[in-house]
Design a protein around this ligand. Structure first.
Ligand code: SF4
Length: 383
């Protein structure tokens, strides 16, 4: 029997220091805690290994946090555990998120020797004032040195994360960031707008009427977004998801699994999984996670399947974020119901309003729809 595809996500919740805008599950920790966390992770990875008889792993993603903060021996132990417990495809895409300032020649060589073949570098901005404002630990030059080193050591698939909407950012500084980054010719660029999250220092600073004056307005944000698409397209990067751009053949296969609602298992503190129609998320409480990691698979089996209504809504939200859009035939194959029967009224209304288009056999957002994507996607909630 042919095995089904599976993606694996490994969450490393550690960073050198917390950035001022970040509300991810991450923070600084000593080397003892990190070593203990890796041992617990190994246990959790083992607890699901019986599924390896029916699944083949096509992608692995180390995210965080800053996975590259871990000592090489820890990444080695995790990779060895994954290879012992699962059937990993020889051609699998294996990515690791890294932050400038935490990389070295030895670490990069170790990653290569472990079969890690894709780096995702968190730059955010090429402007040192903006980096300081965000509370990042690195400068543009740190990033550039790391990027050049990674290329020299043979990494031929590198993503760079960028951020627009930074306090004080202007169209000129954003343009300069895009120019400096594309000069290095990365293979993939993710460009997200800053969101001011509750509970962060940025929320205290910039959520007040006075603070908001420092943020680029909605109009500037849209101008930056449109400029990004045009600028990157001229340099050979195709937008394939609302915030992601790639040279042909370098689309992130792991993220595509999420957007297509494929099966994935997440390991680590707060990590989410979607397997056999069941969605489940690990606790975000460290002490609870230590205790719970052992019995993960048992707990998974006791879970209820996600309702069809919730799955359909999620399928539409995620699929419409991609530029490939949603094919009615695939919807029907997945849900055994025509898409028109479930969403006909909404689709007709949004097409008439110019927010959606039906072309080449797929339904996708138009540029007008992308500008108000949250509002458009919320139309797909079912009563
Ligand atoms: S490096 Fe990333 S995960 Fe860590 S604090 Fe900064 S934004 Fe958050």
């Amino acid at each position: 029997m042919e095995k089904k595809d599976l993606a694996l996500y490994i969450h490393i919740p550690y960073c050198v220091k917390k950035c001022d805008y970040c509300d991810f599950l991450s923070g600084p920790a000593g080397s003892e805690e990190q070593a203990y966390y890796v041992r617990v992770l190994q246990k959790e990875i083992r607890s699901f290994e019986t599924i390896s008889s029916i699944y083949k792993v096509r992608t692995v993603f180390f995210g965080g946090g800053t996975p590259s903060i871990l000592e090489d021996r820890h990444i080695t132990r995790i990779m060895e555990q994954l290879r012992t417990s699962y059937d990993i495809d020889g051609e699998a895409e294996i990515s690791i998120e890294c932050n400038p300032g935490t990389l070295s020649t030895d670490k990069l060589k170790t990653y290569r020797s472990l079969g890690i073949n894709r780096l995702s570098l968190g730059l955010q901005s090429a402007n040192d004032d903006e980096l300081r404002c965000l509370g990042r630990i690195h400068t543009w030059n740190d990033f550039k040195e790391n990027f050049i080193l990674a290329r020299r050591l043979g990494f031929d698939n590198i993503n760079v994360d960028l951020m627009s909407g930074i306090p004080g950012q202007t169209m000129d500084t954003w343009r300069e960031t895009l120019e400096k980054v594309t000069e290095l010719e990365p293979d993939h660029i993710s460009a997200y707008s800053l969101i001011i999250e509750k509970g962060t220092p940025f929320y205290d600073r910039y959520s007040t009427p006075e603070g908001r004056k420092y943020l680029p307005g909605e109009r500037d944000d849209r101008l930056m977004y449109h400029y990004t698409g045009t600028y990157l397209a001229e340099r050979g990067y195709e937008r394939y998801e609302i915030s992601n751009y790639a040279r042909p053949g370098y689309e992130c296969r792991h993220n595509t699994v999420y957007w297509r609602m494929g099966d994935y298992l997440g390991f680590g503190l707060g990590a989410s999984s979607f397997l056999e129609g069941k969605r489940f998320t690990n606790t975000s409480d460290r002490d609870e996670y230590w205790d719970s990691a052992k019995g993960s698979y048992q707990r998974f089996r006791a879970l209820e399947k996600q309702s069809e209504k919730a799955t359909m809504e999620e399928y539409m939200f995620l699929g419409l974020r991609t530029l490939a859009g949603i094919r009615p035939a695939q919807f029907e194959e997945k849900f055994r119901r025509p898409m028109q029967e479930v969403y006909g009224g909404v689709i007709d209304r949004l097409c008439t309003g110019g927010f959606l288009e039906n072309s080449d056999g797929a339904l996708r957002l138009t540029d007008k729809g992308i500008d108000v994507s949250n509002r458009v996607l919320s139309e797909f909630l079912l009563d």
